[in-house]
Design a protein around this ligand. Structure first.
Ligand SMILES: Cc1cc2nc3c(=O)[nH]c(=O)nc-3n(C[C@H](O)[C@H](O)[C@H](O)COP(=O)(O)OP(=O)(O)OC[C@H]3O[C@@H](n4cnc5c(N)ncnc54)[C@H](O)[C@@H]3O)c2cc1C
Ligand SMILES: Cc1cc2nc3c(=O)[nH]c(=O)nc-3n(C[C@H](O)[C@H](O)[C@H](O)COP(=O)(O)O)c2cc1C
Length: 477
């Protein structure tokens, strides 16, 4: 009849058992079961990605043998490194000082904790420089901590900068550290010194001076580990600039094969973006030359724009390549020169080969973020690199506006002149949160910085303030 004759409630244990059954089978609670399943998967996923992040952070970082606790060490070695090579120098110095009878503590500059250095007689900072004098990854926060400290540490300081004289701001971060230390009244063990392009000779010379200052014999023999290189094969080239005495080629190379491990940890050419750099090892010189990438991994090729320098070794060899020819190269990440996420407008400014990474950013702008490109060339008939693509990208919505400056002709203009001509709109874009990215020669970059200073004056903003906010970045050479 459908009448309820009897009802017995589940016991506590039966209820638990029913719930467990429901969660396992998903019967009656499929969504909840799915959510719980995904959450459970999150645990091993976090573990694996955590290991990958940790491995990426330690890439190129050697093991420091016999690292003493900070509180017991007589010498504190602090390392500011992005690519890892400075850690190699630190390991050599650590070993030599330990052999000389010292208790040494080596740590990243970001772990600077003067209150812990109770037994320290000296503090040595080894610091690389990136971009416009920015702190490398393992030195983040060092200057803030120093500024926040009540007083400078008692142990005197020696700063050794690692840099590359082909960059305009040579060892600028190490110099900033030395200046901040002086301002804080930190006693000097030795005046700041620098190491150009990881020169073992420079390092040995500095080591002897350090030994003299400490009253010990110090022989520093360090052979930097060369980056792992790949062979790249040219697939195509496009030539420009011969008529304006600036022969330049857009060179496209095939992606090299990457191992499963490289893919897993994102090493080498497994992951790169436009604006990263490739180091080319020219035949006949052990010194690599850097070139800015005009493509990202997802484009499926490696592209650079190379201008032939009169008598230049690497640029001469590169611009002589024919399809099928090969070069030896490695990847150098350039995290300071990225478009960043979000939809804030981009103001891209470049001249000559500086167009390379900027063209790469436009090509990759599938999301149609507003992009304004200011490009300086000598003559549209000879060195308008990416001319056709830029017009096509504009039609596809990847490029909002293209403004060109022509330096040879009846009315010569440089890229800074066209910026000034567009002052009102440039200022408005920057007020709206635009990010400015400049790429190319250092004279052009200096001219652009002056023009932007003028354009921004009425708004109360300055290029320096934008740089501090990370809204004005440069790839200048
Ligand atoms: C971050 C960055 C990005 C760059 N991007 C580009 C780009 O996209 N396109 C482009 O065309 N160029 C670019 N360059 C410039 C490029 O790296 C080369 O400097 C340029 O091509 C000239 O190199 P070369 O070998 O032809 O000339 P060379 O005159 O043979 O060498 C150039 C420089 O290398 C150094 N050098 C040469 N031999 C030695 C040695 N034995 N020991 C120590 N140093 C030595 C010297 O500083 C010399 O001035 C970039 C440079 C930097 C720093
Ligand atoms: C993207 C990039 C930017 C750099 N910028 C500068 C710079 O502005 N000034 C400088 O002196 N050296 C610069 N360098 C050179 C490095 O500071 C130098 O190679 C250093 O030895 C790297 O040390 P690390 O491997 O420990 O990070 C730059 C190198 C790269 C790859």
């Amino acid at each position: 009849t459908g009448a309820l004759l009897a009802w017995t409630d589940l016991t506590g244990w039966e209820r638990v058992s029913e719930t467990i059954y429901m969660l396992h089978t998903g019967q009656g609670a499929a969504t909840l079961g799915l959510v719980l399943g995904l959450m459970a998967l999150g645990v091993p996923a976090m573990g694996v990605t955590g290991v990958v992040v940790w491995l990426a952070g330690r890439r190129g970082r050697p093991r420091i043998r016999g690292n003493q606790p900070a509180g017991r060490a007589q010498t504190i070695l602090l390392v500011g490194s992005e690519g890892g090579s400075t850690w190699g120098f630190a390991a050599t110095l650590h070993a030599a000082l330990t052999q000389a009878g010292q208790r040494v503590h080596t740590a990243p500059m970001s772990a600077f904790a003067p209150e812990r250095y109770a037994a320290a007689n000296r503090i040595i900072v080894l610091a690389a420089t990136y971009g416009d004098g920015a702190a490398p990854a393992s030195a983040k926060g060092f200057l803030d901590r120093l500024a926040a400290a009540d007083h400078a540490p008692d142990a005197p300081l020696a700063v050794l900068g690692f840099g590359d004289r082909s960059f305009p701001a040579y060892c600028a971060f190490a110099k900033a550290v030395a200046a901040a230390a002086e301002a804080k009244g930190w006693r000097q063990l030795m005046a700041i010194d620098t190491i150009d392009r990881q020169s073992p000779q420079d390092f040995a010379r500095w080591g002897r001076a350090l030994g003299d200052a400490m009253g010990v014999d110090l022989e520093l023999s360090h052979e930097p580990v060369r980056p792992a290189t790949e062979t790249l094969t040219l697939v195509s080239r496009r030539d420009y600039g011969a008529e304006v005495q600036a022969p330049t080629a857009i060179l496209r190379f095939a992606l090299p094969r990457v191992s499963l491990w490289q893919r897993f940890v994102g090493a080498g050419f497994a992951r790169f973006d436009a604006g990263d750099l490739i180091g080319i090892m020219p035949e006949g010189s052990p010194v690599p030359r850097l070139y800015s990438l005009a493509s990202a991994r997802r484009d499926g090729f490696i592209e650079i724009v190379v201008k032939k320098h009169p008598g230049g070794l690497a640029s001469g060899q590169l611009t002589a390549l024919e399809p099928g020819d090969t070069v030896t190269a490695f990847l150098r990440r350039n995290p300071g020169f990225r478009t960043g996420r979000g939809r804030a407008p981009l103001i891209l400014i470049g001249a000559g080969t500086g167009i390379g990474p900027l063209a790469g950013f436009v090509r990759g702008n599938a999301g149609q973020r507003p992009v304004h490109l200011f490009f300086g060339m000598r003559h549209p008939a000879s060195d308008f690199f990416y001319g056709e693509e830029l017009r096509a990208w504009q039609k596809e919505g990847r490029l909002t506006r293209l403004v060109t400056a022509v330096s040879r002709g009846t009315r010569p203009h440089y890229v800074q002149d066209v910026l000034r001509g567009d002052a009102a709109q440039v200022a408005q874009l920057i007020r709206d949160g635009a990010r400015v990215m400049v790429c190319g020669g250092r004279d052009m970059a200096a001219g652009v910085a002056d023009a932007l200073a003028e354009i921004l004056a009425p708004t109360g903003l300055t290029p320096a303030a934008l740089k501090t906010e990370g809204r004005y970045v440069e790839d200048v050479y």
